[in-house]
Design a protein around this ligand. Sequence first.
Ligand code: FES
Length: 77
Amino acid sequence: MYVCHCNVVTDRDVLESIANGARCVADVARETGAGRTCGNCISSLRELVCQHCPVGAERRTEEHAAERELGVAGAAR
Ligand code: FES
């Protein structure tokens, strides 16, 4: 299933990114290119990361700052 239509990224791509060490949305965006155009997929990316990433909730706050630095669309939402 496509998660990011703008950049043609699937849920499998995101899960593979997490399996390869991505620990936040910014990591997934950096590795897959997802989330860097319109930003409509950010909530889906965040949901996948929260469901499948082993890192705790405190890391989520840090990820928002990294998303803004990286220019991930919709990071301020
Ligand atoms: S759907 Fe992912 S950036 Fe547009």
